[in-house]
Design a protein around this ligand. Structure first.
Ligand code: F3S
Length: 400
């Protein structure tokens, strides 16, 4: 791999041992995928910060880096952790054990000492401090597959689908390997999916569509998906599903994705209403849910408003309603009075974490969860929770 003079000095340890190790890792990964140079990045987003997902090995890795004096070189945000830092009882059915608290606190200390901003959300693109720093065509290094797909497909900000540790190495060096989505030629779609449904897709439908597209598209380069998404929450759920059900880092969405798609599409697949309907029916909640879950990835304003409208129409449901969201959106909803309105209907808010990266599944075997998120459905089911998909309005109605 070609390295600049500064990168050579970094590799030789002139900027400290942590940077040298981080650069060595990036060079090795880059060489393994065939990259021939590195590229400067403007921002990094690190995933894999929950003690429940990275455990003792992850904690030791981060503490070792912090002890070596590692510091991030670009603004860096981080994914959710194991519990709500201000409310240990926020997650239903769940007890935060001392071992989890101790391990999580150590992870947070290590990340903070490296200069990582403890945003603790998987929707960094909704944070004003992130959005205001980035422009179309900027190169970044993001972990968290849903955020990667959103960055490439909606913001037009270019990122590899980085693993959590690689995103941290990129943050420390301010570089990543020049590969895939960083190359304009790679970003041109090679197959089109035309969705012939004459109504806007809601968040649940958009997620199931994302799963269908990812299951049919095996190429690494992006598909073009021509569909009518009913707002930003639907786009978020679609792209999270795309990142969950496959390895896609990007989808070209006409009218949404910045830039020209080029003319390399060699095949057009049509998806009709019946195709989507039958998948929705197959993935519906198995029985009456005990929890209605919104906010994977962390909730959008659109989802909060849709939930408020459904509650106003159908009243307080029998099931508990849980919303996971960023602290930023929590404060915004508080200021706008939306939080008070939703709390009045019994909605429970979970910040800094979610039902998947917290210990929820350990304490909730047999609990039935209805969710508008394909990604939440996928991971909760894999963790032994009985989950099914329905739109926010359907969930509230079915539990009324
Ligand atoms: Fe975010 Fe948790 Fe879903 S980290 S993307 S809400 S699994």
């Amino acid at each position: 791999m070609y390295l600049t003079a500064e990168e050579e000095r970094m590799l030789e340890g002139e900027y400290g041992p942590a940077k040298a190790i981080a650069l060595r890792v990036l060079v090795k990964v880059g060489e393994a995928v065939g990259a021939n140079r590195l590229i400067a990045i403007k921002h990094a987003h690190v995933s894999g910060a929950s003690y429940m997902t990275i455990g003792e090995a992850g904690r030791r890795f981060l503490e070792d880096l912090a002890r070596m004096g590692a510091k991030v070189s670009v603004p860096t945000t981080v994914n959710p952790v194991s519990y709500d830092l201000e409310d240990l009882e926020a997650i239903p059915f769940t007890r935060i054990e001392p071992k989890v608290m101790k391990g999580q606190a150590a992870i947070l200390r290590a990340l903070k000492s490296m200069g990582v901003e403890l945003t603790l959300t998987c929707t960094p693109y909704y944070l004003e401090e992130v959005a205001s720093r980035l422009s179309t065509g900027d190169h970044v290094a993001w972990g968290e597959s849903s955020a990667v797909a959103y960055a490439n497909s909606v913001l037009g900000v270019w990122t590899n689908r980085e693993g959590g540790p690689i995103a941290l190495m990129a943050a420390i060096t301010g570089r990543t390997y020049y590969y895939g989505p960083h190359d304009p030629k790679w970003r041109r779609p090679v197959r089109a999916f035309r969705v012939s449904i004459a109504k806007p897709l809601d968040t649940a439908e958009a997620g199931v569509l994302g799963y269908m597209v990812a299951s049919m598209h095996e190429e690494e380069r992006p598909p073009l998906v021509d569909a009518w998404f009913g707002g930003d929450g639907a786009l978020k759920e679609f792209l999270a599903a795309v990142g969950t059900a496959g390895n896609l880092a990007m989808v070209y969405i006409p009218g949404v994705t910045p830039g020209d798609p080029g003319d390399e599409i060699s095949e057009v697949v049509t998806i009709g209403y019946e195709d989507l309907r039958s998948e929705m029916e197959r993935l519906a909640p198995p029985t009456q849910p005990e929890i209605l879950y919104v906010g994977c990835p962390h909730s959008s304003v659109q989802e909060l408003r849709e939930l408020a409208a459904a509650l106003k129409k159908y009243g307080r449901p029998k099931a508990r309603i849980v919303v996971s969201l960023s602290r930023g959106l929590y404060l915004k909803a508080l200021r706008e009075g939306l939080l008070a309105f939703l709390s009045g209907y019994g909605v429970e808010f979970v910040r800094d974490t979610c039902l998947i990266v917290s210990p929820f599944s350990k304490f909730s075997r047999g609990v039935v969860v209805a969710t508008n998120s394909y990604k939440a459905y996928h991971y909760l089911s894999r963790k032994g929770v009985k989950a099914g998909i329905a739109s926010i309005t359907q969930m509230v109605r079915m539990s009324a």
